[in-house]
Ligand binder design. Structure first.
Ligand code: ADP
Ligand code: NI
Length: 214
């Protein structure tokens, strides 16, 4: 099985070369490492399925393909070359499907493997890395670092949402600060704790400097 993991690592590295939407190889590598750590702490789940799903989770993403459908075809083409049992392929694909869905379309993840990979992906959206990714994304979209004219903490009006008025700091309230509570596994929840506090400290310091305080 280790040769299949290595082969998959090489495949994903090649596909994600030159990728700049925040889904580069190093994002995958971090999610992979997070997944290994959560698996170890939880002491649960099929490690092969977890590693494969972590490595392949962004392959079908709509942002990396002409369409999400094309992305799924690409993933299926690759995974069917590996000679894995049908049940294993189905299990890996189910994990990837639940992780890649946006906006909570899937609420009850069926398997522990899917839960672990989703948590691993979410951990990479918070903490110091999460902060860096958020401002990188914001820069690419040319959105402001922060806009004091826009209300935060869920007070944004529908009108503001509709006009896509946002800022990178607003993204913390829209998503990042909610992720800790959304972790599926106790191990990830525990890992999220310190990263969450780091983001809160970051915001406190950010406002202090924004307001010209000592
Ligand atoms: P995912 O890894 O779940 O596919 P996205 O593609 O939505 O995440 O986003 C990639 C990175 O950019 C993540 O770190 C995410 O938190 C961040 N991001 C997403 N939307 C925004 C936004 N409107 N402003 C700033 N950062 C964002
Ligand atoms: Ni991801």
């Amino acid at each position: 099985m280790n040769d299949i993991i290595s082969k998959t690592e090489n495949y994903v590295r090649a596909v994600l070369q030159d990728e700049a939407t925040g889904h580069d190889w190093y994002h995958i590598e971090r999610v992979w490492k997070n997944a290994l750590l959560i698996h170890e702490k939880e002491g649960a789940g099929d490690l092969f399925v977890i590693e494969m799903a972590a490595l392949l989770h962004d392959i079908p993403d709509g942002k990396l393909n002409p369409s999400e459908e094309e992305g799924w075809k690409k993933l299926n083409r690759y995974i069917n070359t590996l000679g894995l049992p049908d049940s294993t392929v189905t299990h890996i694909l189910e994990c990837i499907e639940s992780v890649s869905y946006k906006g909570g379309r899937v609420t009850n993840l069926k398997t522990i493997e899917a839960k672990i990979v989703q948590d691993a992906d979410r951990l990479d959206a918070i903490g110091a890395i999460g902060i860096a990714r958020t401002f990188a994304f914001g820069g690419k979209k040319a959105q402001p670092l922060y806009d004091p004219e826009i209300a935060v903490r869920g007070e944004m009006t529908t009108e503001e949402y509709r006009h896509g008025k946002s800022s990178s700091v607003h993204h913390f309230y829209e998503k990042l600060l909610k992720l800790k509570e959304l972790m599926n596994t106790p191990a990830a929840r525990q890992l999220a704790e310190q990263r969450h506090e780091f983001m809160e400290d970051f915001l406190k310091q950010f406002y202090r400097e924004w307001n010209g305080q000592a």
